[in-house]
Design a protein. Structure first.
Length: 217
């Protein structure tokens, strides 16, 4: 089984999250870029507001698809200690990659927010969505950063991830939804027929479209 594209993956996730439809306290947060088109489909089906939550993976130099950690809004940094030890990655390399990704995180916040304030998270049921999760580092950073804002309930929803990553995420989230766990799990893109890159402009358009839907425009 695999997903045709991120749109179909979002539709599948939405069917798994039907108990949250039309619930006034639900907030959908998509992780840019690839998580946003997935989250858009969920938000549209559940009749819930959509916003972005910026997290940047810290890729291993030369093998950027492999995450050695992640950073998120609020100064959160999560490191994948097992990968760091296995590959012998130095502190200098970690700091250099972190600084580069922090600059990109700040750029995306300015671009995607377009001056809009961040949504209120305190006391709400928050669903964090990405297009998949390999090591879980990016999602763990998002969870930790969102937890700092005191949500009532925190749900992680990803279309595809290894079963061991899902189990690890369950230790941090109140609920984990993951309909597809291939074995062996090679990469997130392996679960999609079309895994073409989502652009900044697509993210902005989807956020604007979701805002229009929620306002009744």
């Amino acid at each position: 089984m695999y997903f045709r594209d991120r749109t179909e993956a979002g539709q599948v996730l939405a069917r798994c999250l039907q108990q949250y439809k039309n619930q006034p306290d639900v907030l959908i947060l998509g992780l840019p870029r690839g998580g946003v088109p997935v989250a858009y489909e969920v938000a549209r089906e559940l009749n819930a507001p959509l916003d972005v939550f910026i997290v940047r993976k810290l890729g291993v130099p030369g093998h950027e698809e492999l995450g050695m950690g992640a950073i998120a809004t609020g100064g959160v940094r999560i490191l994948h200690e097992g990968i760091l030890r296995e590959l012998g990655i130095s502190q200098q390399t970690i700091d250099a990659v972190s600084e580069r990704e922090r600059a990109e995180l700040e750029r995306r916040e300015r671009l995607y927010r377009s001056g809009r304030p961040a949504p209120t998270i305190k006391g709400r049921t928050v669903v964090i969505i990405d297009d998949g999760s390999a090591t879980g580092s990016t999602m763990q950073a998002a969870i930790q950063a969102v937890r700092q804002q005191d949500p009532r309930r925190l749900i992680v929803a990803v279309p595809t991830a290894p079963s061991e990553t899902c189990e690890q995420l369950k230790e941090s989230a109140d609920e984990v939804v993951c309909p597809l766990s291939p074995d062996p799990f090679v990469a997130v893109g392996g679960s999609y027929a079309d895994f073409s890159q989502t652009t900044d402009e697509e993210v902005r358009e989807l956020i604007a479209s979701a805002a229009n839907l929620s306002s009744g425009a």
